[in-house]
Design a protein around this ligand. Structure first.
Ligand code: MUC
Ligand code: MG
Length: 389
Protein backbone atom coordinates (compact mmCIF):
# COMPACT_ATOMS: atom_id res chain seq x y z
CA UNK A 1 0.00 0.00 0.00
CA UNK A 2 1.34 3.45 -0.89
CA UNK A 3 2.26 5.52 2.17
CA UNK A 4 -0.32 8.23 2.97
CA UNK A 5 0.30 11.83 1.99
CA UNK A 6 0.83 13.77 5.20
CA UNK A 7 1.22 17.41 6.16
CA UNK A 8 4.90 18.06 6.82
CA UNK A 9 4.88 21.68 7.88
CA UNK A 10 2.49 24.46 8.81
CA UNK A 11 3.91 27.95 8.40
CA UNK A 12 2.01 31.05 9.54
CA UNK A 13 2.89 34.72 9.29
CA UNK A 14 1.10 38.04 9.56
CA UNK A 15 1.18 40.58 6.73
CA UNK A 16 0.42 44.21 7.61
CA UNK A 17 -0.59 46.12 4.49
CA UNK A 18 -1.79 49.77 4.52
CA UNK A 19 -5.24 50.65 3.15
CA UNK A 20 -5.53 53.16 0.29
CA UNK A 21 -7.49 55.50 2.61
CA UNK A 22 -8.93 55.25 6.12
CA UNK A 23 -11.86 52.80 6.05
CA UNK A 24 -14.36 53.95 8.68
CA UNK A 25 -16.86 51.51 10.22
CA UNK A 26 -19.02 52.11 13.28
CA UNK A 27 -16.72 49.73 15.20
CA UNK A 28 -13.26 50.70 13.92
CA UNK A 29 -11.24 52.91 11.59
CA UNK A 30 -8.85 50.85 9.51
CA UNK A 31 -5.58 52.33 8.29
CA UNK A 32 -4.10 48.95 7.44
CA UNK A 33 -5.14 45.33 7.27
CA UNK A 34 -3.47 42.46 9.14
CA UNK A 35 -3.72 39.13 7.31
CA UNK A 36 -2.64 35.80 8.78
CA UNK A 37 -1.32 33.65 5.94
CA UNK A 38 -1.00 29.88 6.35
CA UNK A 39 1.21 27.74 4.13
CA UNK A 40 0.93 23.95 4.45
CA UNK A 41 3.55 21.74 2.85
CA UNK A 42 2.56 18.14 2.23
CA UNK A 43 4.77 15.07 1.86
CA UNK A 44 4.05 14.91 -1.90
CA UNK A 45 5.63 18.38 -2.23
CA UNK A 46 2.26 20.13 -2.75
CA UNK A 47 1.65 23.33 -0.80
CA UNK A 48 -1.63 24.94 0.19
CA UNK A 49 -2.38 28.56 1.09
CA UNK A 50 -4.98 29.88 3.50
CA UNK A 51 -5.84 33.22 5.12
CA UNK A 52 -7.39 34.23 8.43
CA UNK A 53 -8.28 37.91 8.50
CA UNK A 54 -10.53 40.00 10.68
CA UNK A 55 -11.31 43.72 10.93
CA UNK A 56 -9.92 46.20 13.44
CA UNK A 57 -8.06 43.86 15.79
CA UNK A 58 -10.64 42.69 18.33
CA UNK A 59 -13.25 45.32 17.56
CA UNK A 60 -15.28 43.23 15.10
CA UNK A 61 -15.13 39.70 16.50
CA UNK A 62 -13.64 37.42 19.12
CA UNK A 63 -10.48 36.50 17.14
CA UNK A 64 -7.58 38.85 16.47
CA UNK A 65 -4.77 38.35 13.92
CA UNK A 66 -2.46 37.44 16.78
CA UNK A 67 -4.90 34.93 18.28
CA UNK A 68 -5.56 33.34 14.87
CA UNK A 69 -1.82 32.78 14.43
CA UNK A 70 -1.38 31.50 17.99
CA UNK A 71 -4.34 29.11 17.68
CA UNK A 72 -2.91 27.62 14.50
CA UNK A 73 0.69 27.40 15.74
CA UNK A 74 -0.05 26.09 19.22
CA UNK A 75 -3.23 24.05 18.91
CA UNK A 76 -4.04 23.20 15.29
CA UNK A 77 -0.62 22.47 13.78
CA UNK A 78 0.16 19.62 16.26
CA UNK A 79 -3.21 18.00 15.43
CA UNK A 80 -2.37 18.01 11.71
CA UNK A 81 0.69 15.83 12.22
CA UNK A 82 0.26 12.45 10.49
CA UNK A 83 -3.17 13.41 9.09
CA UNK A 84 -4.03 12.21 5.58
CA UNK A 85 -3.75 15.44 3.58
CA UNK A 86 -5.95 14.03 0.81
CA UNK A 87 -8.98 14.05 3.16
CA UNK A 88 -9.70 17.70 4.05
CA UNK A 89 -13.28 16.89 5.16
CA UNK A 90 -12.13 14.34 7.70
CA UNK A 91 -9.37 16.64 9.02
CA UNK A 92 -11.86 19.48 9.50
CA UNK A 93 -14.33 17.18 11.27
CA UNK A 94 -11.53 16.21 13.70
CA UNK A 95 -10.57 19.84 14.25
CA UNK A 96 -14.18 20.77 14.98
CA UNK A 97 -14.36 17.95 17.53
CA UNK A 98 -11.15 18.99 19.29
CA UNK A 99 -11.21 22.77 19.05
CA UNK A 100 -14.16 24.92 20.02
CA UNK A 101 -14.99 28.18 18.19
CA UNK A 102 -11.89 29.82 16.56
CA UNK A 103 -13.68 30.02 13.22
CA UNK A 104 -11.16 32.24 11.48
CA UNK A 105 -8.24 29.94 12.31
CA UNK A 106 -10.22 26.89 11.15
CA UNK A 107 -11.18 28.64 7.93
CA UNK A 108 -7.54 29.47 7.14
CA UNK A 109 -6.59 25.81 7.60
CA UNK A 110 -9.53 24.47 5.57
CA UNK A 111 -8.67 26.87 2.76
CA UNK A 112 -5.06 25.66 2.70
CA UNK A 113 -6.14 21.99 2.77
CA UNK A 114 -8.54 22.54 -0.14
CA UNK A 115 -5.95 24.53 -2.10
CA UNK A 116 -3.48 21.64 -1.76
CA UNK A 117 -6.08 18.99 -2.60
CA UNK A 118 -7.31 20.94 -5.63
CA UNK A 119 -3.73 21.21 -6.88
CA UNK A 120 -3.24 17.49 -6.28
CA UNK A 121 -6.35 16.59 -8.29
CA UNK A 122 -5.84 19.32 -10.89
CA UNK A 123 -9.20 21.04 -10.23
CA UNK A 124 -10.24 24.46 -8.84
CA UNK A 125 -11.49 24.52 -5.23
CA UNK A 126 -14.98 25.35 -6.55
CA UNK A 127 -15.13 21.84 -8.02
CA UNK A 128 -14.35 20.31 -4.62
CA UNK A 129 -17.29 22.28 -3.20
CA UNK A 130 -19.91 20.98 -5.60
CA UNK A 131 -18.94 22.76 -8.80
CA UNK A 132 -19.13 26.35 -9.96
CA UNK A 133 -22.20 27.77 -11.65
CA UNK A 134 -20.47 30.97 -12.79
CA UNK A 135 -16.99 32.25 -13.62
CA UNK A 136 -17.55 35.87 -12.58
CA UNK A 137 -19.09 37.38 -9.46
CA UNK A 138 -20.65 40.86 -9.15
CA UNK A 139 -18.59 42.96 -6.72
CA UNK A 140 -19.66 46.15 -4.95
CA UNK A 141 -17.43 48.75 -3.29
CA UNK A 142 -17.73 50.21 0.19
CA UNK A 143 -17.68 53.99 0.47
CA UNK A 144 -16.27 54.58 3.94
CA UNK A 145 -14.00 57.60 3.85
CA UNK A 146 -16.29 59.38 6.31
CA UNK A 147 -16.67 62.36 3.94
CA UNK A 148 -19.74 62.71 1.72
CA UNK A 149 -18.10 64.67 -1.13
CA UNK A 150 -15.13 62.32 -1.20
CA UNK A 151 -17.42 59.27 -1.24
CA UNK A 152 -19.39 60.69 -4.19
CA UNK A 153 -16.17 61.41 -6.06
CA UNK A 154 -14.95 57.87 -5.33
CA UNK A 155 -18.24 56.35 -6.52
CA UNK A 156 -18.22 58.44 -9.73
CA UNK A 157 -14.71 57.25 -10.53
CA UNK A 158 -15.74 53.61 -9.98
CA UNK A 159 -18.83 54.01 -12.17
CA UNK A 160 -16.83 55.69 -14.93
CA UNK A 161 -14.27 52.87 -14.88
CA UNK A 162 -17.09 50.26 -14.72
CA UNK A 163 -15.33 48.79 -11.71
CA UNK A 164 -18.42 48.88 -9.46
CA UNK A 165 -22.07 49.86 -9.87
CA UNK A 166 -23.25 49.04 -6.35
CA UNK A 167 -22.03 50.72 -3.17
CA UNK A 168 -22.28 49.95 0.52
CA UNK A 169 -22.11 52.84 2.96
CA UNK A 170 -20.89 52.33 6.50
CA UNK A 171 -23.10 54.15 8.97
CA UNK A 172 -23.98 54.05 12.68
CA UNK A 173 -21.07 56.06 14.05
CA UNK A 174 -22.77 59.47 13.80
CA UNK A 175 -26.27 60.62 14.72
CA UNK A 176 -29.11 59.09 12.73
CA UNK A 177 -29.86 62.46 11.13
CA UNK A 178 -26.24 63.00 10.05
CA UNK A 179 -26.02 59.45 8.69
CA UNK A 180 -29.25 59.76 6.71
CA UNK A 181 -28.18 63.11 5.26
CA UNK A 182 -24.90 61.47 4.14
CA UNK A 183 -26.66 58.48 2.57
CA UNK A 184 -29.36 60.57 0.89
CA UNK A 185 -26.79 62.93 -0.65
CA UNK A 186 -24.84 60.02 -2.11
CA UNK A 187 -27.92 58.26 -3.49
CA UNK A 188 -29.19 61.56 -4.95
CA UNK A 189 -25.86 62.12 -6.73
CA UNK A 190 -25.71 58.57 -8.12
CA UNK A 191 -29.43 58.12 -8.88
CA UNK A 192 -30.43 55.02 -10.81
CA UNK A 193 -26.86 54.49 -11.97
CA UNK A 194 -26.02 52.63 -8.77
CA UNK A 195 -27.51 50.48 -6.05
CA UNK A 196 -26.85 51.95 -2.60
CA UNK A 197 -26.93 49.81 0.54
CA UNK A 198 -25.98 50.54 4.15
CA UNK A 199 -24.21 48.57 6.87
CA UNK A 200 -24.79 49.69 10.46
CA UNK A 201 -22.53 47.02 12.01
CA UNK A 202 -24.96 46.57 14.96
CA UNK A 203 -24.71 50.21 16.09
CA UNK A 204 -28.43 51.08 16.36
CA UNK A 205 -30.96 50.38 19.10
CA UNK A 206 -34.19 48.85 17.86
CA UNK A 207 -36.01 52.14 18.29
CA UNK A 208 -33.42 53.98 16.19
CA UNK A 209 -33.55 51.20 13.61
CA UNK A 210 -37.32 51.53 13.26
CA UNK A 211 -36.97 55.24 12.48
CA UNK A 212 -33.84 54.65 10.44
CA UNK A 213 -35.36 52.04 8.14
CA UNK A 214 -38.19 54.38 7.14
CA UNK A 215 -35.72 57.19 6.44
CA UNK A 216 -33.45 54.88 4.42
CA UNK A 217 -36.42 53.83 2.24
CA UNK A 218 -37.16 57.48 1.53
CA UNK A 219 -33.50 58.03 0.64
CA UNK A 220 -33.68 55.25 -2.00
CA UNK A 221 -31.51 52.67 -0.24
CA UNK A 222 -31.85 49.01 -1.32
CA UNK A 223 -31.02 47.16 1.90
CA UNK A 224 -29.82 47.53 5.46
CA UNK A 225 -27.17 45.23 6.89
CA UNK A 226 -27.08 44.18 10.56
CA UNK A 227 -28.82 47.31 11.91
CA UNK A 228 -28.97 46.09 15.52
CA UNK A 229 -27.05 43.72 17.80
CA UNK A 230 -26.60 40.26 16.29
CA UNK A 231 -27.87 38.71 19.52
CA UNK A 232 -31.21 40.53 19.27
CA UNK A 233 -32.82 37.93 17.07
CA UNK A 234 -36.36 38.92 18.05
CA UNK A 235 -35.56 42.55 17.21
CA UNK A 236 -34.15 41.57 13.82
CA UNK A 237 -37.33 39.55 13.22
CA UNK A 238 -39.47 42.59 14.08
CA UNK A 239 -37.48 44.81 11.69
CA UNK A 240 -37.70 42.20 8.93
CA UNK A 241 -41.45 41.83 9.49
CA UNK A 242 -41.93 45.58 8.99
CA UNK A 243 -41.30 44.81 5.31
CA UNK A 244 -40.11 48.36 4.64
CA UNK A 245 -36.57 47.53 3.59
CA UNK A 246 -34.68 44.28 2.95
CA UNK A 247 -32.77 43.33 6.11
CA UNK A 248 -29.47 41.48 5.86
CA UNK A 249 -27.91 39.46 8.69
CA UNK A 250 -24.11 39.57 8.89
CA UNK A 251 -22.42 39.47 12.32
CA UNK A 252 -25.25 37.18 13.48
CA UNK A 253 -24.18 34.39 11.11
CA UNK A 254 -21.27 32.54 12.65
CA UNK A 255 -22.20 29.15 11.28
CA UNK A 256 -25.09 26.85 10.32
CA UNK A 257 -26.61 26.84 13.84
CA UNK A 258 -27.03 30.60 13.97
CA UNK A 259 -28.28 30.54 10.38
CA UNK A 260 -30.93 28.02 11.34
CA UNK A 261 -32.00 30.15 14.32
CA UNK A 262 -32.18 33.30 12.19
CA UNK A 263 -34.01 31.62 9.32
CA UNK A 264 -36.54 29.93 11.62
CA UNK A 265 -37.27 33.20 13.40
CA UNK A 266 -37.69 35.12 10.13
CA UNK A 267 -34.94 37.45 11.38
CA UNK A 268 -33.54 38.40 7.96
CA UNK A 269 -34.39 38.63 4.26
CA UNK A 270 -30.79 38.12 3.16
CA UNK A 271 -27.84 36.15 4.53
CA UNK A 272 -24.33 37.62 4.18
CA UNK A 273 -22.14 34.54 3.88
CA UNK A 274 -18.58 34.91 5.15
CA UNK A 275 -16.30 31.88 5.02
CA UNK A 276 -14.26 32.87 8.10
CA UNK A 277 -17.15 33.97 10.29
CA UNK A 278 -19.03 30.76 9.41
CA UNK A 279 -16.08 28.57 10.45
CA UNK A 280 -14.73 27.59 7.05
CA UNK A 281 -15.84 26.89 3.50
CA UNK A 282 -17.82 23.76 4.37
CA UNK A 283 -19.65 25.53 7.20
CA UNK A 284 -20.33 28.54 4.97
CA UNK A 285 -21.76 26.24 2.30
CA UNK A 286 -24.09 24.67 4.91
CA UNK A 287 -25.13 28.14 6.08
CA UNK A 288 -25.92 29.16 2.51
CA UNK A 289 -27.97 25.99 2.02
CA UNK A 290 -30.03 26.83 5.12
CA UNK A 291 -30.61 30.33 3.77
CA UNK A 292 -31.63 29.08 0.34
CA UNK A 293 -33.89 26.37 1.73
CA UNK A 294 -35.60 29.03 3.85
CA UNK A 295 -36.30 31.16 0.79
CA UNK A 296 -33.76 33.85 1.73
CA UNK A 297 -31.42 35.60 -0.70
CA UNK A 298 -27.66 35.23 -0.47
CA UNK A 299 -24.90 37.78 -0.52
CA UNK A 300 -21.17 37.04 -0.67
CA UNK A 301 -19.58 38.79 2.30
CA UNK A 302 -16.00 39.62 3.20
CA UNK A 303 -13.87 40.31 6.25
CA UNK A 304 -11.80 42.51 3.93
CA UNK A 305 -9.43 39.67 3.29
CA UNK A 306 -6.49 39.97 0.95
CA UNK A 307 -6.08 37.92 -2.22
CA UNK A 308 -5.99 34.46 -0.64
CA UNK A 309 -9.15 34.76 1.47
CA UNK A 310 -10.92 36.66 -1.30
CA UNK A 311 -10.29 33.91 -3.83
CA UNK A 312 -11.27 31.22 -1.32
CA UNK A 313 -14.59 33.05 -0.83
CA UNK A 314 -15.02 33.46 -4.59
CA UNK A 315 -14.47 29.72 -5.16
CA UNK A 316 -17.36 29.02 -2.78
CA UNK A 317 -19.69 31.81 -3.91
CA UNK A 318 -19.30 30.63 -7.53
CA UNK A 319 -21.15 27.46 -6.49
CA UNK A 320 -24.24 29.30 -5.14
CA UNK A 321 -27.45 29.10 -7.15
CA UNK A 322 -28.79 32.38 -5.81
CA UNK A 323 -26.53 35.37 -5.45
CA UNK A 324 -29.23 37.99 -5.85
CA UNK A 325 -27.33 40.71 -4.02
CA UNK A 326 -23.90 39.94 -5.49
CA UNK A 327 -20.73 40.06 -3.40
CA UNK A 328 -18.41 42.51 -1.71
CA UNK A 329 -15.17 40.69 -2.57
CA UNK A 330 -13.18 43.89 -3.07
CA UNK A 331 -10.71 43.40 -0.18
CA UNK A 332 -7.52 43.37 -2.29
CA UNK A 333 -8.56 46.68 -3.92
CA UNK A 334 -8.59 48.40 -0.52
CA UNK A 335 -4.89 47.64 0.01
CA UNK A 336 -1.95 49.64 -1.30
CA UNK A 337 0.05 46.52 -2.20
CA UNK A 338 -0.62 43.46 -4.33
CA UNK A 339 0.32 40.34 -2.39
CA UNK A 340 -0.52 37.92 -5.21
CA UNK A 341 1.89 37.05 -8.01
CA UNK A 342 -0.89 37.87 -10.53
CA UNK A 343 -3.46 40.55 -9.63
CA UNK A 344 -7.07 39.34 -9.64
CA UNK A 345 -9.28 40.21 -12.59
CA UNK A 346 -11.59 43.03 -11.47
CA UNK A 347 -13.49 44.36 -14.47
CA UNK A 348 -17.02 45.01 -15.67
CA UNK A 349 -18.20 45.42 -12.05
CA UNK A 350 -17.20 41.86 -11.29
CA UNK A 351 -14.38 39.54 -10.21
CA UNK A 352 -13.17 36.66 -12.38
CA UNK A 353 -12.97 33.46 -10.32
CA UNK A 354 -9.53 31.95 -10.97
CA UNK A 355 -9.79 28.64 -12.83
CA UNK A 356 -6.38 27.13 -12.11
CA UNK A 357 -5.95 24.13 -9.81
CA UNK A 358 -6.67 24.72 -6.12
CA UNK A 359 -7.27 28.39 -5.39
CA UNK A 360 -5.51 29.16 -8.67
CA UNK A 361 -3.21 31.79 -7.16
CA UNK A 362 0.34 32.22 -5.83
CA UNK A 363 1.89 34.77 -3.48
CA UNK A 364 4.16 37.57 -4.61
CA UNK A 365 7.26 36.67 -2.59
CA UNK A 366 8.75 40.18 -2.69
CA UNK A 367 5.55 41.73 -1.29
CA UNK A 368 5.36 39.02 1.35
CA UNK A 369 8.94 39.66 2.42
CA UNK A 370 8.35 43.42 2.57
CA UNK A 371 5.08 43.30 4.56
CA UNK A 372 5.68 40.41 6.97
CA UNK A 373 5.28 41.66 10.52
CA UNK A 374 8.28 39.54 11.53
CA UNK A 375 10.58 40.84 8.79
CA UNK A 376 14.07 41.77 9.98
CA UNK A 377 14.06 45.26 11.45
CA UNK A 378 15.32 47.93 9.10
CA UNK A 379 18.46 49.61 10.40
CA UNK A 380 18.41 53.37 10.48
CA UNK A 381 21.84 54.91 10.47
CA UNK A 382 21.91 58.43 11.83
CA UNK A 383 24.80 60.46 10.55
CA UNK A 384 25.88 63.12 13.00
CA UNK A 385 27.36 66.17 11.37
CA UNK A 386 30.87 66.75 12.64
CA UNK A 387 31.47 70.18 14.06
CA UNK A 388 34.11 72.04 12.04
CA UNK A 389 37.36 72.95 13.84
C1 MUC B 1 -18.90 44.10 7.17
O1 MUC B 1 -19.44 44.24 8.26
O2 MUC B 1 -19.63 43.85 6.25
C2 MUC B 1 -17.27 44.22 4.57
C3 MUC B 1 -17.11 45.24 3.67
C4 MUC B 1 -16.70 46.36 4.39
O3 MUC B 1 -16.46 47.47 3.96
O4 MUC B 1 -16.61 46.03 5.69
C5 MUC B 1 -16.81 44.66 5.84
C6 MUC B 1 -17.41 44.22 7.08
MG1 MG C 1 -21.48 43.84 7.48
Amino acid sequence: MASPITIESVETFILDVPTIRPHILSVATMQSQAMVIVRLTCSDGITGLGEGTTIGGLSYGAESPESIKLTIDTYIAPLLKNCDATRPGSIMADLRRQIAANHFAKCAIETALLDAQGKRLGVPVSELLGGRLRDRLPVLWTLASGDTARDIEEAEAMLAARRHDAFKLKIGKRTLEADIAHVAAIKKALGDRASVRVDVNQAWSEATAKRGLAMLVDAGVDLVEQPIKAGNLAGMARLTAMGRLAVMADEALYGPDSGFAYASAGAADIFAIKIAQAGGLGAAKALAAIGEASGLSLYGGTMLEGGVGTVASAQLFATFTDLAFGTELFGPLLLTEEILAEPLDYSDCSLGVPDGAGLGIALNSDAVAAFRRDRPARTTITLTKQANG
